[in-house]
Design a protein around this ligand. Sequence first.
Ligand code: DGT
Ligand code: CA
Ligand code: CA
Ligand code: ZN
Length: 571
Amino acid sequence: MARPNKDVAALLQEYAELVRITGGDAFKARAYEKAARSVSGHPADLSTLDATALREIPNVGRSIADKIETCLATGTMPELEKARGQIPDGVRRLMSVPALGPKKALTLYETLGVSSVPELREAIEAGRLRDLKGFGVRTEQNILHGIDILQAATGRIGLGEATDTAEAVVEELSALPGCARCTWAGSLRRMRESVGDIDVLVASRRSAPFMDALTGLPYVADVIAHGTTKTSVRTVDGVQIDLRVVPPGSWGAALIYFTGSRAHNIRIRDRAHRRGLKLSEYGLFRTGSGRRTAARTEEEVYARLDLPWIPPPLREDRGEIEAALAGELPALVTSADLRGDLHTHTDLTDGLAPLEDMVDAAARVGLEYYAVTDHAPDLVMQGMTDEKALAQRDRLRELDGHRGMRLLHGTELNIGPDGGVDWPPDFLRGFDVCVASVHSHFQQGPEAATRRLVTACENPHIHILGHPTTRILGKRGPLDADLDAVFAACARTGTILEINAHPHRLDLGDENILRARRHGVKFAVDTDAHSVPDLDNRRFGVGTAQRGWLTADDIVNTWPLARLLRHLHSR
Ligand code: DGT
Ligand code: CA
Ligand code: CA
Ligand code: ZN
């Protein structure tokens, strides 16, 4: 996402929250929230737009467009500064706890003087929330659980945000004279769902120009260490970036070393050791003579250890070395294998772009087929009706074949607490594809939650289980269900498990994919796009699938459309 869009969206969102906390106009808060979403989902860089173009962004009227111009020019807006002055920082910190809305946060601050997350935990443990109006044992439990999720996420950065930052840094450094190679390594190259920091590697004969360029980037807030082999900085968003510069002849060995994981590196270092070799970030050396035998490329170093090149998402010591030795590394799915997307939205429900724009964008990124799956009526605030769904279907049939792309009409059903979904069977039969997902009642116990998902799998009209655990990274934990039972039900019924590619979801995640795979299920890597830029999240879904050892054949939306439709109809 373009940096100005992200910054402006954050300011609008913060303003909306402050309006809510102060008990201001709920309509106004919603308007700013919607504008924040539109701005962050807008394909063009805001700072390149004039006043007219700003007003054409969905949910941005004249007044908000003026405020956006002020934000772009000054980095803030007077209304926001005023609201910031009225609300203690502590209340805003409390609102970062999942499960704690503005009203409750304000109550806690005003009645108990609680103004930080640790104070909140103490207050709960001391039983001080018990007697507050609107707080019960259940709320306490939810808040404690929310604090746990928040703390587990603390200090780690999401895959999407980390990729944006890493791309910007690599682009900057690659343009400098004398740069032979430049890429990111570490957990980001392994496509972990969150990363501790970003590791960037440069191959060059001279290091100083790269170190200086990194410390001089406009979005760098502090320099943690500045040296000749390693420099570390922190960005204004609090993201740490480590940069190493190595001689071009050490590139492959350094890339292996800094890609990790530590556990994988230990395994291959042991292997080197047993061959009378020593592996470091500078190369593979003979123990006796100290002569270097391989270092220039990753392939060369692995080959010298009698291993094929191992794709970074597999480098976790989860059996990849054994599989490599047996010649059984999976032929991992790649982004180029994806032919379609089976879960997407338009502005008929909560998407930001009209059907025509989404379809056109999907065709431009090269998809062969595309399913539109707007929300179904049980999610009442989305306002879906039979008539709207049928009208959308007509329009979609007219657009079918746009730039050679095939269109499927689908829906995203809501799995109710008992496993039932929206619409009667006759109406469901009219859709080409049905995704079904949980959007409510997240707190069920394990038995009910398992029964709920298994019931959905057994519904012959449901093709795909959307974001199966329903977690939101750093915000909401997974449903408390027996996933092995759910995966077994998917295998038995032919229900496809989604790998939701949104970087805040990545659901299923890698470990659950590995588990599900053992049950012999099929997967769909879908974006759940709510805007045009969301379509680019495919790569995060693919990276997650790769971490789960999946091949193209495991993923139904890599299949030709005819094979996919046969599979959907066989249910
Ligand atoms: P993260 O940043 O916590 O998400 O995870 P990584 O894997 O990116 O870890 P990081 O940034 O500490 O280091 C990057 C890679 O460098 C790591 O995967 C392996 C390698 N590495 C760094 N320090 C050591 C070390 O002391 N021993 C070994 N074996 N490898 C190291
Ligand atoms: Ca790292
Ligand atoms: Ca690091
Ligand atoms: Zn969706």
